[in-house]
Design a protein around this ligand. Sequence first.
Ligand code: TRP
Ligand code: SF4
Length: 333
Amino acid sequence: MKQIIVSGMRPTGKLHLGHYLGVIQNWVQLQDKYECYFFAADWHALTTKYDKTENLRQNTLDVVMDWLACGIDPEKSVIYVQSLVPEIAELNIYLGMITPQNWVERDPTLKDMAKILKTKEGQGQQINYGLMGYPVLMSADIMMFNADFIPVGIDQVAHIEITRDIARRFNNLYGEEFFKESKPLLNNCSLICGLDGNKMGKSFNNDIKISDTAEETSKKVMTAITDRSRLRKDDLGHPDECEVAFKYWKIFGSEEEVSNVRCECEQGQRGCAQCKRQLAEKINSEFEQIRERRKYYEEHPEIVEKIIAEGSAKAREKAKEVLAHVRKLVRMY
Ligand code: TRP
Ligand code: SF4
């Protein structure tokens, strides 16, 4: 019997290279060793964007297409949409009943989200009941499949702590060691910075998307920050102060290529424009296959819809079993 992995992403739109390197590559490898459940957390998206749902469906499709293109394989993993597994909503109710209010109130990630919402960027939004339930709903996601491990970023670990507390409380209250205490598996989220040297993010307009074309990627890479002290091509360069381009080389180049770039840069034999053109080619060749596959899915949305429908049906089968046992333990009618 394989151990179980559950992880999800809020469908906020097309994913970027930070998601690929930090999260999806990791998921792709986990698929061979674990029974994996990967889902688009569309209810979680609603906790803050309930008033902006016009792109929710497309965003969900986009996220799933990115996963598929990157090698998340519906033959190996269960790929589903959270809201297509309504059993999660019922489990959420039982878990909400046994969760003390102060457990969610002191959740640091939730506090951060609340802070952002109150600022101008968040348009001074009030905090709604659903957002307060964010960690409980996340616990329902995880406990629905009685997961052993949850691959997440460091910012999500507090939520997993609450999940463990809720699982323990459930087991104590209803007299059976039914739910496991899931453990986080940390993603490496700081692998790649944005083109401007800040954290890569869609809202900062400094990202390269998995789905960008080779031309779009090249254009973006040409804007990457380099050694700011360098004005002319034959000025001696300082790769370690080349804020973005050289860092990308270290991610995408071979050892030999990187030492070659370093050498030529330091000796003033390599201009930054030429250097970045080469870098863009390197990135484009790494993503060529992924982008071809992505294009195929874009042109065949019915295949993606079918994968989502079948994955969600599979997820429901397992969820129904867990839920039947939960109803029995809670002594529902
Ligand atoms: N909160 C997670 C995020 O923003 C997404 C998520 C929802 C999730 N439910 C989950 C992740 C369950 C792991 C397990 O990244
Ligand atoms: Fe950076 Fe390349 Fe320019 Fe050197 S030549 S500063 S490594 S972009």
